[in-house]
Design a protein around this ligand. Structure first.
Ligand code: GLN
Length: 447
């Protein structure tokens, strides 16, 4: 069914970079045989799933949507991919994205832009645009994305699906091609909250291969789906409904809050005073980490290599000049500059201090409240080409998602209505560290 749907719509949506049809159909057959033998166990048994192309899959091309990895076939599976095998899902293929997960519109893909299934003149969001669009277009039921500064929640919001960024450490990053290691998390994108909880259940947990994965018990997330939000205390940061947030986005959030109020929850306005510095701190820190992480793409170890270099230095230089796209180069230059001696204290170190202040903002609010609610993005999906030449406006689109990554807390985007132009709007629900259950409980109350 998935492949039929893909053949019908993917020419327009452009969500997939690589399909794994032969292996997927074989796996489906094997699972079918198991079913007949009465051997099934997993909740996700036989479910078709798409995997973002920065998550490595053994023998299945993994490009990070970059020319520099055009012909790269990994020799191992990421931990989450192994876990999907154990959960008996069927991997359909690899999903398009912004190159190395740097972007908010998918226009930075080194191959082709993904389009929003609700209106193909609009972007699907990014960087997990393929992950969100493939689920929204009915090509797969589930997908995995990654979120460094909003890359799961923002495209989920733009495409009208459910996307969760787990707590930093909840899901193993082993086999996720690193962008900014202190911020990256893999998470589930699905059509509804229940599916989302099942998929997180399958991929969560400590992993000896990732020393930043947390040794904390993984609860049964679906037990939280009770519909009961009585007595729940909600904080609504005034910074999240302020300047730059359109009227229809604000109205949809207030409407969702009144639904929760009717169900017995209460809400109050709070402040996350350091939010205004989050964007600057994020772009410094994430670019610094990226400049170090992307040093490994040197034309020797992986993927693309320039032709006929005259010496080793030229091999590096030409491979990287030809292989990386403009946005990736911009981040590497920014990060290299911020980390260079003489500038380190003024930029990188200061940004780390700001990050601590932002984390403390969240901790203070969570002393008195169970969840924080606001919009996922200031506007609905914008048009292709609208912001592509203006990086700063593009970066500003992440203003509501980035603080969550800097604090390391979990956050979800769930659909909360349509804009006047008929495009989806997303509600963001943010929880305490390792309290995805409460997020799911609140999100599920809308279904
Ligand atoms: N849009 C943000 C960026 O370009 C976030 C990306 C992400 O979360 N991977 O960095």
């Amino acid at each position: 069914y998935s492949f039929k749907r893909i053949s019908e719509v993917d020419e327009k949506v452009q969500a997939f970079l690589t399909l794994d049809e032969e292996k997927a159909l074989q796996k489906a057959k094997d699972l079918d045989a198991k079913l007949t033998a009465g051997e099934t166990k997993s909740m996700l048994f036989g479910m078709p799933i798409g995997v973002k192309d920065n998550i490595v899959t053994q023998g299945l091309r993994t490009t990070c949507a970059s020319k520099i990895l055009d012909n790269f076939d990994p020799i191992y599976d990421a931990t989450v991919v192994n876990k999907l095998h154990s959960a008996e899902t069927v991997t359909v293929g690899k999903l398009n994205m912004d190159e190395f997960a740097m972007g908010s519109s998918n226009e930075n893909s080194g191959f082709k832009p993904v389009r929003n299934p609700w209106n193909i003149d609009h972007v699907p969001g990014g960087s997990s645009g393929g992950s969100a669009a493939s689920v929204a277009a009915g090509e797969v039921l589930f997908s995995l994305g990654s979120d460094t500064g909003g890359s799961i929640r923002q495209p989920a919001s733009f495409c009208g699906v459910v996307g969760l960024k787990p707590t930093y450490g909840r899901v193993s990053r082993f086999g996720l091609v690193a962008f900014a290691s202190s911020l990256d998390q893999i998470g589930p994108i699905t059509r509804n909250v229940e599916d989302n909880a099942f998929l997180l259940q399958a991929i969560a947990g400590i992993d000896p291969m990732d020393s930043t994965s947390a040794n904390i018990e993984v609860p049964n997330f679906s037990e939280a789906l009770t519909g009961d939000v009585k007595g729940l205390r909600i904080a609504v940061p005034k910074e999240y409904l302020g300047e730059g947030v359109t009227e229809e986005v604000r109205a949809s959030v207030l409407k969702s809050l009144s639904v929760l109020e009717k169900l017995g929850a209460t809400w109050e306005e709070v402040s996350l005073p350091h939010s205004k510095y989050a964007l600057a701190a994020y772009y410094l820190l994430s670019s610094s980490e990226a400049s170090a992480n992307l040093a490994r793409f040197d034309g020797v170890r992986y993927g693309y290599r320039t032709e006929n270099p005259e010496n080793l230095l030229e091999l590096y230089k030409k491979t990287r000049a030809e292989g990386f796209g403009d946005e990736v180069k911009r981040r590497i230059m920014l990060g290299t500059f911020a980390l260079s001696s003489g500038y380190y204290d003024a930029y990188y170190k200061k940004a780390q201090k700001v990050r601590t202040l932002i984390k403390q903002d969240f901790e203070q609010v969570f002393e008195n409240y169970d969840v924080i609610i606001g919009p996922t993005t200031p506007t609905p999906a914008f048009k292709l080409g609208e912001k592509v030449d203006d990086p700063l406006t593009m970066y500003a689109n992440d203003i509501l998602t980035i603080p969550v990554n800097l604090a390391g807390v979990p956050g979800i985007s769930v659909p909360c209505g349509l804009s006047n132009d008929g495009l989806p709007l997303g509600l963001q629900i943010i929880g305490k560290h390792f309290d995805e259950s409460t997020i799911y409980r609140v999100a599920h109350a809308f279904e």
